[in-house]
Design a protein around this ligand. Structure first.
Ligand SMILES: Nc1ncnc2c1ncn2[C@@H]1O[C@H](COP(=O)(O)OP(=O)(O)OP(=O)(O)O)[C@@H](O)[C@H]1O
Ligand SMILES: [Mg+2]
Length: 434
């Protein structure tokens, strides 16, 4: 789901000249731009054309842009304007020139260092302050994560993308309970598609704090679904699992921020930030230990949760709620009973042969085994697999399971231009299965 706008340099979007592209996310491309008359640099967020073509999406975009533009706080990226030009729907924002908190954490990880507690405390206070302001205005963020915290050259922090996650709510999703966001930072209630409260954002803030302290997220897993499950069920890991120079009082603090029950978390972000600063001062930064250097992480399609994954997560939750847990049970039991094959290739070959021989149940077993054997960094290469699994389910009329498998197929192909055909096929099949 990444149809790019590919806007050439010097192109005019409204009153703004497009300069270079700064980044790409699940929903949009971001460009540096310039308002010539005002001599002001701006960031232009251009929504993917596939989304901009949807009338409902456009209406929601305008509503959210208007709401975001009403937020005025020094810790929130100011939205100046929004417009539509042809099939390009775009948002004009304040340009922040120091990268994202995500990039800052990646650099530290690569250098084998932790962020100094003083810096964490400063950034965290700024973010908390801005978040409380937005909450006072009745705005939830819904997708707080380091990629949505921008830093300027002096290291001051700014939250961006308020309410943007809401744009992907479809009427159908809203009716059945919405679930949007990024699995690593999503609260348990968001994972389960329940109603969000202000403390859902505070939970995400707790995850960010955990990551700033340890260079890793608390509920890391190999797949988005496993992460969602951990968010809902797993206890908060102790910071001492990663570093031994932090007091246990910080564990207590994080357990409260990351409480599974929304009402037992901190009431406000500042309460959390103040408590953290108080505890951090007592530790000091005299000699922060060296962190483990990161090795290149396997490609995990979930961390920057694209539209494909968001939809996949929705379906996963719905399917789980509606008895789709069967799929996972079957996946586990089948892993044992289909143990005849031991590699992705042989399991896939078996599955194809069984499907051709009209043995769909056995074929499904083999497909599930094959899927379970695919390493996270080879999902794209094996993207055909979940699509074939979907076909096999459809053949025996297991529609929810088939839709779920096709959603996985979409997620596995989400950013690959060469796999667009397969993705379109999966999208078509999902429509047919409704
Ligand atoms: N106002 C801004 N000023 C400067 N750079 C920005 C601004 N907004 C976004 N960016 C850059 O553009 C990149 C893409 O942003 P975008 O919001 O589209 O994606 P994301 O937040 O990384 O992920 P997703 O939208 O999929 O959740 C960011 O990572 C950041 O580097
Ligand atoms: Mg963003």
């Amino acid at each position: 789901m990444n149809e790019t706008s590919g806007i050439p340099q010097e192109h005019l979007l409204g009153k703004y000249t497009v300069l270079e592209r700064i980044g790409t996310g699940g929903m949009a491309e971001v460009y540096k731009g310039r308002h010539e008359k005002l001599g002001r640099d701006v960031a232009i967020k251009v929504m993917h054309t596939s989304l901009a073509g949807d009338a409902q999406f456009t209406a929601r975009f305008e509503r959210e842009a208007r709401l975001s533009a009403s937020l005025r706080h020094r810790g929130i990226v100011q939205v100046f304007d929004f417009d539509k030009q042809g099939d390009r729907l775009f948002l004009i924002m304040e340009y922040v020139n120091g990268g994202t908190l995500k990039q800052r954490l990646e650099t530290l990880r690569a250098e084998g260092r932790y962020m100094p507690l003083k810096e964490i405390s400063r950034i965290f206070q700024q973010v908390a302050n801005a978040l409380d302001y937005a909450h006072d205005q009745g705005m939830l963020h819904r997708d707080l994560k380091p990629a949505n915290i921008l830093l300027d050259q002096s290291g001051e922090a700014y939250i961006t993308d308020f309410g943007i996650a809401r744009l992907l709510e479809s009427e159908e999703i809203t009716r059945t309970g919405s679930i949007l966001g990024t699995p690593d930072y999503m609260s348990p209630e968001q994972c389960e598609g329940k109603t969000l409260t202000f403390t859902s954002d505070i939970y995400s803030l707790g995850v960010i704090l955990f990551e700033m302290l340890t260079n890793r997220v608390p509920f890391d897993a190999d797949s988005p679904l496993a992460t969602l499950q951990k968010q809902v069920h797993a206890p908060v890991p102790s910071l001492t699992d990663t570093r031994n120079d932090l007091p246990t009082s910080l564990d207590v603090l994080l357990r409260k921020a990351l409480a599974k029950e929304p009402e037992t978390r901190f009431d406000t972000a500042e309460e959390l930030a103040d408590e953290f600063s108080r505890l951090a001062v007592s530790v000091g930064d005299s000699n922060p230990p060296a962190a483990r250097k990161s090795t290149p992480a396997p490609v995990k399609p979930s961390n920057n949760m694209s539209y494909g994954w968001i939809v996949a997560a929705v379906l996963i939750i719905l399917a789980l709620g509606a008895g789709g847990f069967w799929l996972w049970k079957l996946r586990q039991t089948s892993a044992a009973s289909a143990a005849r094959c031991v590699s992705v290739e042989t399991c896939e070959r078996n599955a194809r042969a069984l499907a051709t021989a009209d043995r769909p149940l056995l074929a499904i077993e083999s497909y599930l085994k094959a899927v379970s054997l695919v390493p996270a960094d080879q999902q794209t290469v094996n993207a055909q697999l979940p699509c074939d699994l979907g076909d096999a389910y459809a053949r025996i009329n297991k529609k929810p399971e088939a839709r779920l498998a096709f959603r996985e197929c979409i997620a596995w192909t989400h950013d690959e231009a060469g796999l667009a055909g397969l993705r379109q096929y999966a999208q078509k099949r999902i429509k047919e299965l409704k």
